[in-house]
Write a protein that binds this ligand. Structure first.
Ligand code: FAD
Length: 317
């Protein structure tokens, strides 16, 4: 409690790791990452399938890295290994299984209130991502279907008839991978896919052409019902079909309540307010990674936030 950290980072994803490593490299010593999961990078661990290709230029957005972290295209496993080595080599202190509840600033020092007690810091970076709160459909999902409706690949097995909902890179990667051992249909409310990167678009077209999966575009879903343990899906074109499992891959949302509890002001669209260096109007309180955007974001973008923030903290100290 008496130790006052130079910097506490809330969230051990790419944004948090980027801030920690870049800050250490710039000579900021007394740093701690607080992560609610049992290890860093929970979004990568929970939402990426094993062996997933990890693209540096995710969703077709080309990003030039501006800091010292040399992140490259790879796989889920190589990315996690790379982050492990960054944390080890730069001797970054990390507290896992510790969830931050709120942050307040008293007499120029931040109090970070967590499940493991209160920690003090001169600067705080919030990098909690958006996937703690995956987006939900507008209709209610019956409680009895909870174990067969997913927002990631948990509990997926083989030989199932699966509906995947979404039109981005993650829905396509889920669909192609699962189609190797399951019957898969991808549905998207628009007539065609525009968001995925060219590699994924190509992969999806070839899977579709070879009839390894099917697609249902330009329709919405009106609701789900439990039909003898199967999921009855009613589509907006009056089609009704049954599936063993439905997976929503429709992104996540900004944790608005958490940001409010940390004293981060939000604009009328409920987006956090910050300057060009990701500092909020509260001096020393920063935002990093996906939560800086309504949608989009990537590992490389989050790492770049880290460099900008570290440079700004150093300039202000
Ligand atoms: C399926 C899928 C595939 C993707 N593929 C790619 C890709 O190939 N390439 C790419 O560049 N990007 C990809 N992305 C996007 C990329 O994962 C994100 O842009 C990136 O993880 C954002 O990093 P972040 O640090 O902002 O947030 P996150 O990675 O979400 O990390 C936030 C961390 O904060 C922790 N946390 C949350 N709340 C608290 C709290 N209260 N207290 C303590 N800790 C907390 C979480 O447990 C988590 O570990 C993909 C995303 C998904 C969902």
């Amino acid at each position: 409690m008496n130790n006052i950290y130079d910097l506490i980072i809330i969230g051990g994803g790419p944004g948090g790791i980027g801030v920690a490593v870049e800050s250490k490299i710039l000579g900021i010593e007394n740093i701690m990452i607080i992560e609610k999961g049992c290890n860093h990078s929970q979004t990568i661990r929970k939402f990426y399938k094993d062996q997933k290709r990890v693209d540096k230029d995710w969703q077709g957005k080309s990003v030039e890295l501006i800091g010292s972290i040399d992140f490259k295209d790879g796989t889920k496993e190589s990315t996690l290994n790379y982050f492990d080595s960054l944390l080890d080599n730069h001797l970054i202190e990390a507290k896992f299984n510790c969830e931050v509840d709120s942050v307040k600033k008293e007499n120029g020092i931040f109090e970070v209130i967590s499940s493991e007690g209160t920690f003090l810091a001169k600067n705080v970076v919030i990098g909690v991502g958006r996937m703690g709160k995956p987006n939900m459909p507008s209709y209610t999902i019956p409680l009895s279907l909870k174990t067969v409706v997913n927002f990631n690949l948990d509990r997926c097995s083989n030989g199932e008839n699966i509906l995947i909902v979404g039109g981005g890179d993650s829905s396509i990667e889920y669909a192609c991978e699962l189609s190797k051992t399951n019957e898969v249909t991808l549905t998207y409310r628009r007539e065609m896919l525009t968001r995925p990167n060219p590699t994924n678009q190509e992969m999806f077209s070839s899977f579709l052409e070879d009839e390894r999966l099917s697609a249902k575009f330009g329709v919405g879903i009106l609701g789900l019902e439990n039909e003898r343990g199967k999921i009855k899906v009613s589509f907006s074109d009056n089609d009704v079909r049954e599936y063993d499992r439905v997976i929503y891959a429709i992104g996540g949302s900004t944790p608005v309540d958490f940001l409010k509890k940390c004293g981060v002001p939000l604009n009328e669209k409920n987006e956090p307010i910050f300057d060009a260096n990701y500092q909020t109007p509260t001096k020393g309180l920063y935002i990093a990674g996906d939560i800086a955007f309504k949608s989009g974001g990537s590992i490389a973008i989050a790492l770049n936030h880290g460099h900008k923030i570290a440079t700004d903290i150093l300039a202000n100290s």
